[in-house]
Design a protein around this ligand. Structure first.
Ligand code: AMP
Length: 212
């Protein structure tokens, strides 16, 4: 199954992806994670992407699409994938259809209110080792700022400060309706409230997938 998780930053795409990987046993592709790793490793792509990411802007379509095109050639994706963070623009949605020949099976849209997004992102902390997301009030680690599994100190993503979060949301609002229309017109869009807690969201998504 070729599944897309779509929604604003902070909608819970990463959290749902983690739950869905276990259920569907499919690889997870997060363009945000790949780009952060490119920045960390100071690759050519990372150097080009860094300033856009720090400002909460989108990395240019051509760079991200090339990265996705390469990733899609990998044999581990033969049974499908869970794609999160791509496409974010109409041009990316069209490019993905071309890359996949036949397109995706379904796009799950996690519709989430601005208030919930800002609260979630500014409280988010991440484990640098295993990538698990915590939230300082909604889902705190057992010991202050330490990952429950890895015992290393959590950090705040540099783009999770309030000013950059507002920028990321503005970018999302500008680009998202064209992407939503694109999949709606193909009859592939499934709407789920991202304001609900993660377990509820997961149950709704699971039912929708089972009905496909
Ligand atoms: P995320 O982890 O999905 O919130 O992505 C973090 C940042 O990576 C975004 O704010 C963008 O700067 C960049 N990024 C991730 N995916 C894309 C994409 N599909 N198109 C353009 N930029 C992206």
């Amino acid at each position: 199954m070729k599944l897309i998780l779509f929604g604003p930053p902070g909608a819970g795409k990463g959290t749902q992806a983690k739950l869905l990987i276990e259920k569907l046993r499919l690889p997870h592709i997060s363009t945000g994670d790949i780009l952060r790793s490119e920045v960390k490793n100071n690759t050519d792509l990372g150097k080009q992407a860094k300033s856009f990411m720090e400002a909460g802007k989108l990395v240019p379509d051509s760079l991200v699409t090339e990265m996705v095109r390469k990733r899609m050639q990998s044999p581990d994706l033969k049974n499908g994938f869970i794609l999160d963070g791509y496409p974010r623009t109409e041009a990316q949605a069209k490019a993905l259809d071309e890359i996949l020949e036949g397109g995706i099976d379904t796009a799950i849209y996690l519709a989430t209110s601005e208030q919930v997004v800002v609260q979630r992102l500014t409280g988010r902390r991440v484990c640098p080792k295993c990538g698990t997301n915590y939230h300082m009030t909604n889902m705190p680690p057992k010991n202050d700022m330490i990952c429950d599994q890895c015992q290393v100190e959590l950090f705040q993503r540099p783009d999770d400060n309030e000013a950059t979060v507002k920028n990321r949301l503005a970018v999302y609002l500008k680009e998202s309706s064209a992407v939503l229309d694109f999949y709606k017109n193909q009859g592939k869009l499934e709407h789920v409230s991202g304001d609900l807690d993660s377990e509820e969201v997961f149950n709704i998504i699971s039912k929708k997938i089972a009905a496909l």
